[in-house]
Design a protein around this ligand. Structure first.
Ligand code: NAD
Length: 517
């Protein structure tokens, strides 16, 4: 059963939004501007991770429904791609206003289905909103190139949409990642099929309704639910030209391989193991707060969560203080006041995380703070794991795998060079941070550390949307990264025109057969 705070949020979600519900009922698809009931025979439960209450169900969309969504998107593309850029910009302006206005509603849905705290859920929406805001600058950012290459000849290049695009999104940022594509794919003139995580579809359905209210014509945005079967249809459908994927390694590699083999453009942001190097000259208070916040916030279920801390030299003495800060965090349901960490997404995720904690002990590491068996009296059925700190070496399972829970691995290094070697030997490349008060140390680190997003005294260095998301190595597959300038590159193709307008008297009587120069 929901707690009173959750029940109030559930009532608000159920009564105000057409496509989603929090009363155990069925989530709709959104196809061609209609919120439609699926005729699926298979339905998946979405559960509140703090109580196991069934919030709603999502359909494994049928093939016919899926094809109808693609046809609606293809039909809408004919007019949306030729709609003036000023009009598209205005619709996105309206969307940003509506999202700002309804942020608490989207956050309610996220807390109910995903479990993160209400404040953190608002942050999820806000980080997506920033991409919507950046998309409103499209009339400047999509400017093309023109050069008068001769007195009677011009060459100019335009950036045109691709057609029907799709995004496939993970459970951990149900608003932010959907908004990346909802804003950038459409403002550039594409139409979009969204396949949200089957574990928390509500935020996407609210966003779809806000898109409708903002003035997106029918079929520009469509939502189809489901799991691998629906994803495979996205990979295979010949009318889908590009796929933006964010999620785990297995799904990412599968989607990238299957869809690029059919000639589609794919960007795939995947798993991570983000390290922070703590130098003894760092500001201790700032560092320990930042490390604890980044390791345990969102119950460690961020792709930029800090999962390894490398304490260098004398900084190793700070570990007990870090543990005290971790112990001070409040673990409870996401609607409770003062909540720092909510539950993890599912009982299976909890078991998996606890298995990694046990493995550290079995392999000769030390459990310095053990979050297993975490009990929250008001939420006896929740998937809670408390902040956990493990002392490990790089050959252990807890170090080698993305745990995706509130577990921080501590590795020690004698020098900065040794710490950088550890980071660069790791196959992932999403983010890395250093804490130091020495500019030269920070400069050396950002130059030599390989991951694509570097923090200097910043533990979660997720770039704002004027820059692009730049995870690399095993954390990314594709050639064109997410949002920022490259986000526009992903959703556009170039067309270059060369035009000759000579004076009549400059045209000779004889055809020239040499290559034009
Ligand atoms: P997931 O891979 O299980 O699911 C992501 C999407 O892929 C979902 O829509 C799901 O339906 C689909 N999917 C899952 N398995 C599939 C399969 N076998 N075939 C086809 N489709 C499949 O990921 P998740 O658990 O929802 O999200 C957590 C993961 O996402 C973590 O690894 C995290 O690091 C990663 N992530 C990465 C970033 C980034 O920007 N690098 C951001 C957020 C999350």
């Amino acid at each position: 059963r929901f707690t009173p705070a959750a029940a109030k949020a559930a009532e608000q979600v159920s009564s105000q939004w057409k496509g989603t519900t929090a009363d155990g009922g069925k989530t709709k698809n959104y196809i061609g501007g209609q919120f439609v009931d699926s005729t699926a025979s298979k339905w998946l439960d979405v559960r509140d991770p703090s109580t196991q209450t069934v919030v709603n169900q999502v359909p494994e969309t049928t093939e016919d429904e899926f094809n109808a969504a693609v046809e609606a998107a293809a039909e809408a593309y004919k007019t949306w791609s030729t709609t003036s850029i000023i009009r598209r910009q205005r619709v996105v302006f309206e969307l940003q206003h509506l999202i700002r206005q309804h942020t608490p509603d989207i956050a309610n849905s996220i807390v109910l289905e995903q479990g993160k705290t209400f404040a953190d859920a608002q942050g999820d929406v806000h980080r997506g909103l920033q991409v919507v805001e950046a998309a409103t600058a499209i009339t400047s950012t999509l400017l093309g190139d023109k050069l008068e290459v001769a007195t009677d000849m011009d060459t100019y290049s335009r950036r045109l949409p691709l057609g029907v695009c799709a995004c496939i999104t993970p459970f951990n940022f149900p608003a932010m990642i959907v908004l990346w594509s909802a804003a950038l794919a459409t403002v550039t003139g594409n139409t979009l099929i969204i396949k949200p995580s089957e574990r928390d579809p509500g935020a996407t359905m609210i966003i779809a309704e806000l898109c409708e209210r903002a003035g997106f014509p029918k079929g520009v945005i469509n939502v189809v639910h489901g799991s691998a079967a629906t994803v495979n249809r996205i990979c295979d459908h010949p009318k889908i030209k590009a796929i933006s994927f964010v999620g785990g390694d297995n799904a990412g590699k599968h989607i990238y391989t299957r869809a690029t083999a059919l000639g589609k453009r794919v960007q795939a942001n995947m798993g991570a193991k983000n390290h922070a190097v703590i130098m003894p000259d760092a500001n201790k208070n700032l560092t320990l707060n930042a490390v604890a916040g980044a390791a345990f916030g969102a119950a460690g279920q961020r792709c930029m969560a800090l999962s390894v801390a490398i304490f260098v030299g004398a900084a190793q003495q700070w570990v007990p203080d870090l543990i005290e800060r971790a112990k001070g965090l409040k673990i409870t349901g996401g609607f409770e006041s003062g909540a720092d960490l909510g539950p993890v997404i599912s009982p299976q995720a909890k078991d998996r995380i606890e298995g990694f904690i046990a493995s550290a002990d079995e392999e000769g590491g030390k459990i310095l703070l053990d979050g297993r068996g975490c009990e929250v009296p008001e939420y006896p059925d929740g998937n809670f794991v408390g902040p956990t700190v493990l002392e490990v070496t790089t050959d252990m399972k807890a170090y080698k795998n993305e745990i995706f829970g509130p577990v921080l691995c501590i590795v020690s290094a004698k020098t900065l060079d040794e710490a950088i070697e550890i980071i660069n030997a790791n196959p992932y490349g999403n983010g890395a941070a250093i804490f130091t008060n020495n500019g030269a140390t920070g400069r050396k680190f950002e130059t030599l550390a390989e991951p694509g997003q570097i923090g200097i005294n910043v533990a979660v260095p997720v770039p704002l949307p004027m820059f692009n998301w730049s995870g690399n190595k095993g954390s990314f597959m594709g050639d064109i990264p997410f949002y920022g300038k490259t986000g526009l590159d992903f959703y556009t193709q170039r067309k270059t025109t060369t035009a000759l307008w000579p004076h009549e008297d400059a045209i000779s009587e004889k055809a020239s057969v040499v290559m034009p120069q």
